[in-house]
Design a protein around this ligand. Structure first.
Ligand code: 9YT
Length: 133
C-alpha cells in the first residue's frame, strides 16, 4: 500500500505549475506507481481561461471547490461547473476551462501521466506518456 499526503507533495517535483500560470497540479499518483491511472489535486486560478485537448488520455475532473465552466470547442456547448460537478472527457474533447473563482479539481488520467508532461501548443499532453517511467 502507498500513502501520500498533499503536504509532502507541495513544493516537490510532483507539484507542477503551468507555464502560462493558469493552474497548479499536485500529482498524488503517477505512472511510476503502476496502477493504470494518475490522480491529481489541481488548482485552477481565478479568472483564467485554458485551452486543453487530451488527445491521448481520458480525464475525469471532479470539482470540489470553486466555480467556472467548460466549453467544448467543436460544438460551443458550455457546461457550468461548481463544487460537486464532475466532467468526463471520454471523447478526447478539445475544450476551454474558465475559472470564475479559484477552482480545486481532483483529476484522474488514463493512461497515467508520468508527471513531467507539459501541454503542447494544442493543449495536449504528448502521446507515449504511458510508455515511460
Ligand atoms: C482540469 C485540467 O485538466 N487542468 C489542467 C491540468 C491537469 N488536470 C493536470 O495535469 O493535472
Amino acid at each position: 500500500m502507498i500513502v501520500r499526503r498533499l503536504a509532502d507533495i507541495q513544493g516537490s517535483e510532483r507539484d507542477v505549475k503551468a507555464e502560462n500560470g493558469n493552474w497548479e497540479s499536485r500529482r498524488l499518483i503517477l505512472n511510476d506507481d503502476a496502477v493504470g491511472f494518475s490522480l491529481h489535486d489541481t488548482i485552477i486560478h481565478a479568472g483564467t481561461e485554458t485551452l486543453l485537448w487530451y488527445k491521448h488520455h481520458i480525464e475525469a475532473v471532479y470539482c470540489i471547490e470553486g466555480e467556472g465552466e467548460v466549453e467544448t470547442t467543436d460544438d460551443g456547448k458550455v457546461y457550468p461547473i461548481s463544487a460537486g460537478s464532475v466532467y468526463l472527457l471520454n471523447g478526447n474533447e478539445r475544450h476551454l476551462l474558465r475559472a470564475t473563482s479559484r477552482m480545486r479539481m481532483v483529476c484522474v488520467f488514463n493512461p497515467p501521466v508520468t508527471g513531467t508532461e507539459t501541454h503542447d501548443e494544442d493543449g495536449a499532453y504528448r502521446p507515449g506518456a504511458e510508455l515511460k517511467g
